[in-house]
Write a protein of this length. Structure first.
Length: 266
């Protein structure tokens, strides 16, 4: 009975500890449908149109244009950028490319996904995708690991015939993320997220002026970079299981304290 009570208490503690971890591992919620999705794109990093994760942004342009959007990604997220280019009825073969840059304008490699595709002559549309690496809370200065902050999406054609240059096209872009959680946690913290304009804003506040900020993403308490992650929950679970194993092993090997059989004649 004592072992049964110990097992029951340990399993209850295990379930309570695993609850928050299971909640953290679920995909991040989509952006609110109340906000109107952007219908235009920027033409440079500085004029990139801000979009929220879960929004489907649209834009009209011409072949040869550079279309830019920006979005925010936080620690533990694995962003997926998808783009669809609607081509004119008549066109030659052309290659479109989707690039993603971080707040320092370093091009981020795609884990998987077709970030460049060639549309054959007469094809109505071309679809591109890029799944980034998991955003880390901290990394070495020489590394190009993705860090929390602003990310830029650039969509453009990289190969086409001269006769197709300047033809009208339509573009759709959507960004979603999967929360990886403590599996990607590191021992470190980024002082500030890589959001262009944070340094300029801090300097402007010191001088008592209201300077222009390149991005409105993020705030002092709006980013999750720090020491806490759900790996601490799993560490506690491991400790509970180890203690449970020790108690069970002791209970099974110590015996009842008296001989199970009395010798004859005693």
């Amino acid at each position: 009975m004592r072992i049964t009570r110990v097992l029951g208490a340990a399993l209850l503690a295990l379930g309570l500890a695993a609850g928050p971890a299971a909640a953290d591992s679920s995909p991040s919620p989509s952006a609110s449908a109340d906000g109107a999705a952007p219908t235009r794109a920027g033409t440079s990093f500085r004029t990139a149109t801000e979009i929220e994760q879960g929004q489907r942004a649209t834009a009209s342009g011409s072949t040869g244009d550079y279309l830019y959007w920006s979005f925010a990604a936080d620690t533990g997220q694995r962003p997926t950028v998808e783009a669809t280019v609607k081509l004119p009825d008549t066109h030659g073969a052309q290659t479109w490319q989707l690039d993603v840059y971080d707040g320092l304008r370093r091009r981020q490699a795609c884990q998987y996904g077709a970030s460049a595709r060639t549309a054959a002559q007469g094809t109505g549309s071309v679809e591109l995708a890029c799944v980034l690496r998991t955003v880390r809370g901290w990394s070495e200065q020489w590394s190009d690991d993705p860090l929390p902050g602003t990310y830029y999406v650039r969509l453009t054609v990289v190969d086409l015939g001269a006769s197709d240059l300047g033809q009208p096209v339509g573009a759709e872009v959507r960004v979603d993320s999967k929360d990886i959680g403590g599996a990607a946690a590191v021992d470190g913290r980024l002082g500030k997220p890589l959001v262009p304009g944070i340094a300029a804003k801090s300097e402007a506040e010191k001088n008592g002026s209201k300077g222009a900020v390149l991005s409105s993403f993020g705030s002092d308490d709006g980013w999750s970079s720090g020491w806490w992650s759900d790996r601490w929950v799993w560490t506690a679970i491991g400790g509970v299981l180890a203690a449970l194993a020790g108690i069970g092993g002791y209970a099974l090997t110590r015996g009842s304290g008296r001989p199970s059989r009395v010798p004859p004649g005693v």
